[in-house]
Ligand binder design. Structure first.
Ligand SMILES: Cc1cc2nc3c(=O)[nH]c(=O)nc-3n(C[C@H](O)[C@H](O)[C@H](O)COP(=O)(O)OP(=O)(O)OC[C@H]3O[C@@H](n4cnc5c(N)ncnc54)[C@H](O)[C@@H]3O)c2cc1C
Length: 416
């Protein structure tokens, strides 16, 4: 049966849901604050690494339009550095390759595809009263506004929200001309590189696809007020690169050669910000009669990107919501249905919250021990890589000291 659905927000989750519902024959209205041209001409939005399971979900929905074009990331290279010297290195290959497609490329193309297929788009920034109007005209209105202000119509869930303030200052810049890391393992292509500077933060360098072709995406996860937190004035991409090179020379010098010849990919290649990880109640009541609207993805479960979960969660959430609409047949999208749907999403999302909370630190001793074992034991390294791909495994081996002890005790001796 054809249903009428409004989706507010044309990002990773909203467009995935809209395209999936459209493919199932539903009448979908998308509200987008920007046109495809404006998205392409704007700033980068994320670093958007997506792992095997989320990529498979996109593929199943016919939305994996950049398979083969975006570089596959076959390896994870993690280095812990103290006093500008590497003290621990982990090399792992995830079960399936990850990739990162600039959301300017992806969401502009998805929005065009939705329109080409006859989808209706209202171009404007929605306000709460627009949601009431949309909810009156549609059978269900889904808010996929990401970390935008509109999400505040959903009440913060204090019991599930672990933080009151950002735990990292974020700064990212997309680059051409970055070399391979000096100490990377051979034969696995360009790895994603995660450098941990205990107490100060993290540096991530990962292959990606942007408007101008393949690139390397550099992301600082700086502990606020620490030595890596130097981008608060939102510098332009060239200055962002210059300061990054200086920080790398001082704190991660083994990457310095690799970034010396780099250049920003374009005028919009830099992004600065900070996220307060927040979980919200899934249903908002608006207008005089308390009309119910449903949230999704970042609007409801917002994580710091340290564990690269948000875009992966968005794909999972979109797929779950699309399937739930199909299963509903001709029954109403009432509030019990909305709550039950979010409860199913939370079954996965809660693990991303637990994993991310742990990694924002200070790192619990048992996780530090697991990292140390991963440096010498390929099986542990592989499990760590797979936990990024699917954090549902997190509680089974990293959730408590007992789980980690039990897992490590079950391993055969490390290979010599
Ligand atoms: C620096 C950084 C790095 C990241 N790296 C990763 C990573 O490596 N891997 C990963 O999985 N995730 C990563 N993320 C998170 C990821 O980008 C998000 O979790 C994901 O995009 C969430 O999808 P969404 O659909 O909920 O929101 P978004 O993709 O943000 O989409 C929201 C959309 O709604 C629109 N919108 C907002 N308000 C309104 C309004 N009032 N009216 C109309 N439209 C509106 C916005 O313009 C946007 O298009 C990163 C985030 C940041 C900030």
């Amino acid at each position: 049966m054809m249903r009428e659905v409004a989706v507010v927000g044309a990002g990773q989750s909203g467009l995935h849901l809209a395209l999936a519902l459209q493919a199932d024959g539903h009448r979908v209205t998308v509200v987008s604050e920007r046109t495809p041209e404006q998205i392409r001409a704007g700033q980068v939005l994320s670093t958007q690494a997506m792992f095997g399971p989320a990529r498979a979900i996109e593929r199943a929905a016919g939305l994996a339009l950049w398979d083969g074009a975006a570089p596959d990331t076959m390896a994870l290279h993690v280095v812990v550095g103290v006093d500008a010297k590497p003290v621990l290195t982990i090399d792992a290959s995830p079960g399936e390759p990850a990739h990162s497609v600039d959301q300017r490329v992806k969401t502009s193309a998805w929005l065009e595809l939705f329109e080409e297929r006859g989808g209706r788009v209202e171009y404007r920034r929605a306000r709460p009263d627009d949601l009431v109007r949309l909810a009156e005209r549609n059978e269900v209105t889904v808010v996929a506004a990401g970390r935008g202000e509109l999400g505040s119509v959903f009440v913060r869930d204090a019991a599930r929200s672990r933080f009151e303030a950002p735990q990292r200052a974020l700064a990212c810049v997309y680059l051409h001309g970055v070399g391979a890391p000096a100490d990377a393992p051979a034969g696995v292509g360009d790895p994603a590189r995660i450098h941990i500077v205990p107490g100060a933060g993290e540096l991530v360098l990962q292959p990606g696809l942007t408007l101008t072709g393949t690139c390397v995406i550099l992301l600082w996860e700086a502990v606020p007020g620490g030595p890596l937190d130097v981008f608060g004035d939102s510098p332009a991409p060239a200055e962002m690169l210059r300061r990054s090179q200086e920080l790398i020379r001082r704190h991660v010098p083994w990457e310095y050669e690799a970034v010396l010849g780099a250049e920003p990919t374009d005028a919009g290649a830099a992004l600065v910000g900070a996220i307060t990880p927040t979980v919200r109640h899934p249903v908002a009541h608006l207008g005089g009669d308390g009309t119910a609207v449903l949230g999704m993805a970042d609007t409801l479960v917002l994580n710091d990107p340290i564990t690269a979960q948000g875009a992966n969660n968005a794909a999972r959430c979109a797929s779950l919501y699309a399937d739930a609409v199909a299963d509903r047949a001709d029954r109403p999208f009432d509030e019990p249905w909305m709550h039950a749907l979010f409860a199913r999403y939370w079954e996965h999302a809660r693990h991303t919250v637990d994993f991310t909370t742990a990694m924002l630190g200070p790192l619990p001793d048992h996780i530090g021990l697991a990292f140390a074992q991963a440096a010498t034991h390929p099986q542990v390294a592989a499990r760590l890589a797979d936990t990024y791909a699917d954090p549902a495994d997190f509680p089974h081996w990293l959730g408590t000291p007992e789980a980690t002890t039990q897992y490590l005790a079950s391993l055969p001796a490390a290979p010599l």
